[in-house]
Design a protein around this ligand. Structure first.
Ligand code: SF4
Length: 60
């Protein structure tokens, strides 16, 4: 398991993280992520980091 964090400066609100890991991210009214559960499997963490178009996800 690993913990994901959002770089809020880099994040551009594409919402891919919430689509890929809906049990871990919600989107606020502007489309920016709220981390509801940062603990994900290593594989899910790698996938989400790879798919974030702004490279705004990282492991803590
Ligand atoms: S996928 Fe990346 S850029 Fe898009 S909302 Fe999530 S963290 Fe932000």
């Amino acid at each position: 398991m690993t913990e994901l964090r959002v770089d809020r400066i880099a994040c551009t609100g594409h919402g891919v993280c919430a689509s890929v890991l809906p049990h871990h991210f919600e989107l606020d009214e502007w489309g920016y992520p709220i981390v509801t559960d940062p603990v994900v499997t290593a594989a899910d963490g790698t996938t989400a980091i790879r798919l974030c178009p702004a490279r705004a996800l990282y492991r803590s």
